[in-house]
Design a binder for this molecule. Structure first.
Ligand code: NAD
Length: 351
């Protein structure tokens, strides 16, 4: 039971529901946006064009070159289009990469953002931005980059391939798991985290069996929203730190890395986080949270070892060294040797 806490709510409006993308113009109008740039990846250009049609005359262009990790060159190209078109806002349709680009644009301006997430990554719920220059990703927190309005339309997630849906869903679940033992938790966060995990644990096996199951898609997206809100409101621990370093140093895929690491870091942390362990077990509808997580990732066919992701055993000490180089909030303290052992277990699949 948390008896001392501070809860700082983030000011965001959420419109949720099947077909809710039809309300895009109402949301841009509500923010008073008159010159809107729609952002997407090249793969989601069709969806961007659909958004332009829905927004109508306030949509002045599309920038469809959003890329993973928000390269500075992409931000500069988008900024030059934004300034040429004299935009006052943008609509980001896509996953964390596209929403990340909208945030990078908002960092240096007063643009209003409407986010239309199509994965479960959760970036739309956080004030966290990131921009990559060369091989260095700089991140920060700034309320300026928060979308003012988020439209969650489960229909848009139907095209997300099952393997991506599953790893993206576990990526979302990781936000909620770490929020359960975050130093800045509160009863609100605990409730959102537990429900987010429950939604994802229920929905991911169902949508993996039937990718067009509308109820499963809606439940997964609701879980992603709640888990993303946890990420936005709390300080993440060892799991996120490890995934960040693994991704940065070894160029690993974001969601898959989360899927591999979550059971191992959870097994390491839960002995020092009893309340979190009980909440996680309840949410997974199991007696043992770690066994439950392992069973879920196996059931979903998600990658289960760092070896499967192409990591060399010799890289593990480099990762551990980088993680211990800066102190990080975590319920259980750790030594370099303990981290190497954890990484080795995750590399080889030792539970
Ligand atoms: P992504 O945005 O890179 O999307 C992956 C691919 O899937 C892209 O090609 C995209 O076009 C495609 N795609 C997206 N939705 C689709 C759909 N419904 N149907 C078919 N294809 C679809 O992947 P992601 O996992 O959403 O985001 C990862 C990035 O987001 C990472 O760079 C990560 O660091 C960042 N992130 C940031 C935060 C934050 O708070 N700042 C939170 C989570 C993730």
């Amino acid at each position: 039971m948390t008896d001392t806490f501070t809860y700082d709510a983030l000011p965001m409006r959420v419109v949720f529901g099947s077909g809710s993308i039809e309300r895009l113009a109402a949301e841009t109008d509500r923010l008073g946006l008159r010159r809107v740039l729609v952002l997407s990846t090249p793969q989601q250009r069709d969806l961007a064009d659909r958004a332009v049609g829905l927004i109508g005359k306030s949509a002045v262009g599309v920038f469809d070159s959003a890329r993973m990790h928000v390269p500075v060159e992409t931000v500069q190209a988008a900024e030059s289009v934004a300034s040429e078109l004299e935009i006052d806002g943008c609509v980001a349709v896509g996953g964390g990469s596209t929403i990340g680009l909208a945030k990078a644009l908002a960092l240096g301006s007063d643009l209003g953002i409407v986010a239309v997430p199509t994965t479960y990554a959760g970036s739309e719920m956080t004030p966290i931005w990131g921009i990559t220059k060369g091989d260095k990703k700089t991140t920060g927190r700034d309320r300026k980059v928060l979308p003012s309005s988020v439209i969650y339309d489960p229909n848009l997630t139907m095209t997300l391939p099952v393997p991506v849906s599953c790893t993206s869903g576990i990526n979302a679940m990781a936000h909620a798991v770490e929020a359960l033992y975050a130093p800045d938790g509160s009863p609100v966060i605990a409730a959102m985290a537990e429900q987010g995990i429950r939604d994802l644990a229920d929905a991911l096996p169902a949508l993996s069996a039937a990718p067009n199951d509308a109820r499963a898609r809606a439940t997964a997206l609701q879980g992603a929203w709640l888990s993303g809100a946890c990420l936005g409101a709390t300080t993440m621990g060892l799991h996120h730190k490890l995934c960040h370093v693994l991704g940065g140093l070894l160029d690993l895929p974001h969601a898959e890395t989360h899927a591999v690491m979550l059971p191992y870091v959870t097994a390491f942390n839960l002995p020092s986080a009893r309340t979190a362990a009980a909440a996680l077990a309840r949410a997974l509808r199991t007696d043992n949270a770690v066994t439950g997580l392992l069973a879920l990732t196996a059931d979903l066919g998600a990658p289960r070892t760092l070896l499967e992701l192409g990591v060399n055993e010799s890289d593990l000490t480099r990762v551990a060294d980088e993680v211990v180089s800066n102190p990080y909030s975590n319920p259980r303290s750790f030594t370099r040797e303990e981290l190497i052992e954890l990484l080795h277990n995750a590399w080889k699949g030792i539970h």
